[in-house]
Each structure stands twice: as structure tokens, then as C-alpha cells.
Write a protein that binds this ligand. Sequence first.
Ligand SMILES: [Fe+2]
Ligand SMILES: [Fe+2]
Length: 167
Amino acid sequence: MITQMISRIPVVYKYATGKKMNCLDFLRADHMRVELLFVQSKVVKDKKIKEKLIKKIVQNLNSHAQIEEEIFYPACEKISQLKPMILEAREEHHQFKILVDELDKLSIDDESLDAKLSVIIEDVMHHVRDEENDLFPKVGKAMSQNKLEKLGQQLQTRKVKEIEKAA
Ligand SMILES: [Fe+2]
Ligand SMILES: [Fe+2]
């Protein structure tokens, strides 16, 4: 997980400096935000901090899935060769969102909390690897630079709304 994060530091730097970002870079940076929370959740000892981290994980996973399903996936589905991958990605979202909802309802003292969180992390990391290694390169070839940047802007605007809603 750490190696994957380090390889994407340039993407995050571009994001942080507010340069125009295409949708693939934006989604990679958003994946990395969640992965950092995953790493923190594995090492944190304090229960109150862990509780807050889990809330953040739930919010970030839900908002990420939401913006992909609303904006990114529909744009990909218009390209017929990508349709099967998107159908599978939607099923993977469906699967991990069930566990994320369950995690959200668990007490911090529940004995199944760590096990559920571990399964979510495994599922999400598998999904992220499929998107970044398989789907994104195909999308990058199939869409124009202009389209990729337009989608990037739409995703950014929508993500800000999601963050405000959760605050
Ligand atoms: Fe996804
Ligand atoms: Fe994603």
C-alpha cells in the first residue's frame, strides 16, 4: 500500500497546487486520501481517534463511490469496450458499500470491528488496483484530454459538495 502511495506523490502535489487536473489524476488522489486513512486506522491505539478515523473512512468511501457512480462511470459507459469493466466496478461498489454501512453502525467496542474494517480495506484496495491499473489507462486512451479535464472539474465540484454535506 505504501509503495503505491509514494508512486502517486506527484499527482497529489499537482492537486494541492490547484493545477487543472484530469479526472484520472483526481480519482488517484482521492484513492490515496482513503489509503492514508486506512494506514492510520491500522496503527492508531486511542479509541476516540479511531472512532473519528472510521467516520472519515465511511464518509470518504461513500463520497468517492458516489461521484464515480454519478459522473465518471456514466461517461465511461458511453465507450462500449469499457462497459463490462464498469458493470463489474459497480458490483464491487455495491459489495463494499454493504460492509461500509455495517461498519458505520458498529460500536467502537464491537469485537467484529477490526475484522470488518480489514475486509473493507482488502476489497477496496483490490477495486482501486483494478481501476488504476486496468480501467484508467483504457479511459486515458479512449477520451480526449479536454474530456478528461472536464470530467476532472465536475468530479472536484461534486466532491466539495459531498464534503460540505458531511460536515
Ligand atoms: Fe470505484
Ligand atoms: Fe475509485
